[in-house]
Write a protein of this length. Structure first.
Length: 52
Protein backbone atom coordinates (compact mmCIF):
# COMPACT_ATOMS: atom_id res chain seq x y z
CA UNK A 1 0.00 0.00 0.00
CA UNK A 2 1.17 3.46 -0.79
CA UNK A 3 1.22 6.28 1.71
CA UNK A 4 -1.62 8.08 -0.08
CA UNK A 5 -3.89 5.02 0.12
CA UNK A 6 -3.14 4.66 3.83
CA UNK A 7 -3.92 8.35 4.35
CA UNK A 8 -7.25 8.05 2.51
CA UNK A 9 -8.18 4.92 4.45
CA UNK A 10 -7.27 6.60 7.74
CA UNK A 11 -9.32 9.68 6.87
CA UNK A 12 -12.31 7.51 5.98
CA UNK A 13 -12.08 5.64 9.30
CA UNK A 14 -11.89 8.90 11.25
CA UNK A 15 -14.89 10.29 9.36
CA UNK A 16 -16.94 7.17 10.12
CA UNK A 17 -16.10 7.30 13.83
CA UNK A 18 -17.02 11.00 13.94
CA UNK A 19 -20.36 10.39 12.26
CA UNK A 20 -21.16 7.51 14.62
CA UNK A 21 -20.52 9.67 17.66
CA UNK A 22 -22.68 12.47 16.26
CA UNK A 23 -25.57 10.05 15.76
CA UNK A 24 -25.45 9.08 19.44
CA UNK A 25 -25.41 12.72 20.49
CA UNK A 26 -28.38 13.62 18.30
CA UNK A 27 -30.35 10.63 19.59
CA UNK A 28 -29.65 11.65 23.19
CA UNK A 29 -30.62 15.24 22.47
CA UNK A 30 -33.93 14.02 21.04
CA UNK A 31 -34.63 12.06 24.24
CA UNK A 32 -33.76 15.08 26.38
CA UNK A 33 -36.12 17.27 24.36
CA UNK A 34 -38.94 14.75 24.70
CA UNK A 35 -38.39 14.57 28.47
CA UNK A 36 -38.50 18.37 28.68
CA UNK A 37 -41.77 18.50 26.76
CA UNK A 38 -43.30 15.84 29.00
CA UNK A 39 -42.18 17.62 32.17
CA UNK A 40 -43.57 20.95 30.93
CA UNK A 41 -46.87 19.31 30.05
CA UNK A 42 -47.09 17.69 33.49
CA UNK A 43 -46.32 21.01 35.19
CA UNK A 44 -49.12 22.63 33.18
CA UNK A 45 -51.57 19.97 34.36
CA UNK A 46 -50.47 20.51 37.96
CA UNK A 47 -50.97 24.27 37.71
CA UNK A 48 -54.34 23.78 36.06
CA UNK A 49 -55.52 21.47 38.85
CA UNK A 50 -54.32 23.92 41.51
CA UNK A 51 -56.19 26.79 39.85
CA UNK A 52 -59.53 24.98 39.87
Amino acid sequence: MTASKIAVLSAACIALMTLASCANTIKGMGRDTANTVNATKQAGHTVNKAAQ
